[in-house]
Design a protein around this ligand. Structure first.
Ligand SMILES: [Zn+2]
Length: 80
């Protein structure tokens, strides 16, 4: 019998990037998510944009330290 343990199989699980992607619009409470491409972009260029469109309330909200969007994992504001 070949030795095929679950532990070995787990090593071949595709690695997902650790970029934060889920965020919340504080103003309306909508929970939103960046595509993997956008999550990577925001990771590398956090202050590139000054505002962000919210699909929840269909408004544009500001980004940055005084912005309206926060990461869902509690790690701070989007755009900082
Ligand atoms: Zn909103």
């Amino acid at each position: 019998m070949p030795d095929t343990t679950d532990a070995n199989a787990a090593e071949y699980t595709p690695v997902t990037p650790a970029y934060r992607s889920v965020y919340v619009h504080d103003r309306c409470g909508a929970r939103l998510e960046f595509s993997p491409e956008n999550a990577k972009f925001y990771h590398e260029n956090p202050t590139h944009y000054g505002s962000l469109w919210c699909r929840g309330c269909r408004r544009t909200g500001s980004l940055g330290p005084a912005g309206e969007f926060v990461w869902a994992d509690g790690s701070g504001k989007v755009g900082t």
